[in-house]
Design a protein around this ligand. Structure first.
Ligand code: GDP
Length: 196
């Protein structure tokens, strides 16, 4: 299965959904800081700098919205990374409220991609996030990053263990490697499938 790189346009950074334009459909990416979210969004778009926009000072703690160049009504949202110790207390406190508000109330949100570090597996924070999404019936897919960092001999076991740690079947988790381009095409197709 092949899909062309997603051509994305940066639209805005917002602290709450009332500041976002209305769209027809959008997907969101969320995960612990350092999980590989920027690398993955850049890989999906086949650029080295797209997600850098979200990483500029002042934007890392905001909801960053991109739309498909070919379709203004279709969005991709880069949510702030969670569990980042250096975030000042006030911002850390505001984070759950902002993200929870977005995840629960954003009408155009059709799917959340929850990134889990494939090398280390789900952390308690990841499990907490998944539990919360399930409890609130927010549709989501787990994406395991850094496939290339798992030794080939351990991949089969790691696939099973990571899925089990997320309370999922092995085949439910999408595995990717940004630098090796592993699984990127499939994820692009999945994203486009949700947006069309
Ligand atoms: P973010 O904080 O979630 O946006 O994470 P980044 O995309 O900045 O990635 C954090 C670190 O992990 C960086 O050093 C990346 O180069 C590295 N990284 C991200 N994805 C992968 C991957 O698929 N494979 C490998 N080997 N390293 C990765």
């Amino acid at each position: 299965m092949t899909a062309s790189p997603l051509r994305l346009k940066f639209v805005t950074s917002a602290a709450r959904i009332s500041q976002l334009p209305e769209l027809d459909a959008e997907v969101a990416f969320v995960g612990r800081s350092n999980v590989g979210k920027s690398s993955l969004i850049n890989a999906l778009a086949n650029t080295k700098q797209l997600a850098r926009v979200s990483n500029t000072p002042g934007r890392t703690q905001l909801i960053n919205l991109f739309t498909l160049a070919a379709n203004d009504g279709a969005g991709l949202v880069d949510l702030p990374g969670y569990g980042y110790a250096k975030v000042p207390g006030r911002v850390r406190k505001d984070w759950p409220e902002m993200i929870e508000g977005y995840l629960l109330e954003r009408e155009s949100l059709v799917q959340v991609f929850v990134l889990v570090d494939g090398e280390i597996g789900p952390t308690p924070l990841d499990q907490q996030m998944l539990h919360w999404l399930r409890a609130n019936e927010v549709p989501h897919t787990v994406v395991a990053t850094k496939w290339d960092k798992v030794k080939s001999a351990k991949r089969s076991t790691r696939r099973k263990d990571l899925a089990a740690g997320c309370d999922l079947e092995t085949g439910d988790v999408v595995w990717v490697s940004a630098p090796k381009n592993h699984g990127i095409d499939d994820l692009r197709s999945l994203v486009l499938g949700h947006l069309n």
